[in-house]
Design a protein around this ligand. Structure first.
Ligand SMILES: [Fe+2]
Length: 257
């Protein structure tokens, strides 16, 4: 009997050493600020009602976040929010949070898709940014825009700091890791989605996210919060050892925002 108990203890020990899970869920207050979410109701594919927004923000607050920078999609003809539309929505969310007495700072920017319509936005100079001129961009999931590198260059020359949203999700680069290295060499900041670490997306998104962490290529973590499915995905990721690893890397800049 004692022998069986000993073997079980030994097996559990090995399981913990070799598993990718940590025993306690990670408290996100060490991160402080989330800089990627879709929580202004009704203007993109994120929260659709103010009630839904408030519930998701309440839960993010309970997970430890002290500040959220909400980033609605701005894409071609699908999501055409102007900075004015986004900022009006932000005020609506702020008023509802005050009403509910939820203590969290919120701000807004945008998640700009690099598409054919991006050039005119860039030329207008009417782009929403956060902190010291950070701009969050995303790429098509089918293929990168042919002018991607020149847009990045133009943004940087104009004084923007470019953050690429969820690089781990662009499958056309999965077999070409050099593409990620090239963007890093061009001074692009990378933000991975926390839910990628928990296996929310199809394989091998998690593996690519882990490889980017192993190569010290990540400066920001985001929730990319859209709805309750994402919230469940986020909670599932809180036991991942790679989340622990990136949080203790000393490289993350979320807390500065
Ligand atoms: Fe997003």
């Amino acid at each position: 009997m004692e022998q069986i108990k000993f073997i079980n203890t030994l097996m559990n020990l090995f399981k913990n050493i070799f598993s990718n899970k940590s025993s306690n869920p990670i408290d996100l207050s060490v991160l402080g600020t989330d800089m990627h979410s879709h929580l202004i109701p009704g203007i993109d594919d994120g929260a659709q009602t103010i009630e839904e927004s408030i519930e998701l923000i309440r839960e993010l607050n309970q997970l430890g976040y002290k500040k959220l920078i909400i980033t609605p999609h701005v894409q071609g003809e699908f999501f055409i929010s102007t900075p004015e539309i986004i900022l009006i929505g932000l005020e609506e969310v702020r008023a509802a949070l005050k009403n509910e007495e939820i203590q969290i700072k919120i701000d807004a920017a945008a998640e700009y898709l690099i598409d054919d319509k991006f050039e005119e936005k860039l030329k207008s100079g009417n782009l929403l940014t956060f902190n010291e001129n950070y701009i969050l961009i995303e790429l098509s999931f089918f293929s990168p825009h042919p002018n991607l590198l020149s847009y990045i260059f133009d943004l940087q020359i104009a004084g923007y700091k470019v953050i690429l949203a969820h690089p781990e999700r662009y499958s056309y680069w999965f077999d070409n890791f050099k593409k990620f290295e090239d963007l890093k060499n061009r001074g692009v900041f990378f933000q991975i989605n926390i839910i990628s670490l928990g296996g929310y997306y199809p394989f091998p998104v998690k593996k690519i996210a882990e490889k980017l962490i192993d190569n010290n290529m990540i400066e920001f973590l985001g929730t990319d919060m859209h709805n309750q499915n994402y919230m469940q995905g986020l909670k599932q990721a809180l036991n991942e050892k790679y989340l622990d690893k990136i949080l203790s890397s000393g490289k993350l800049l979320n807390y500065q925002l």
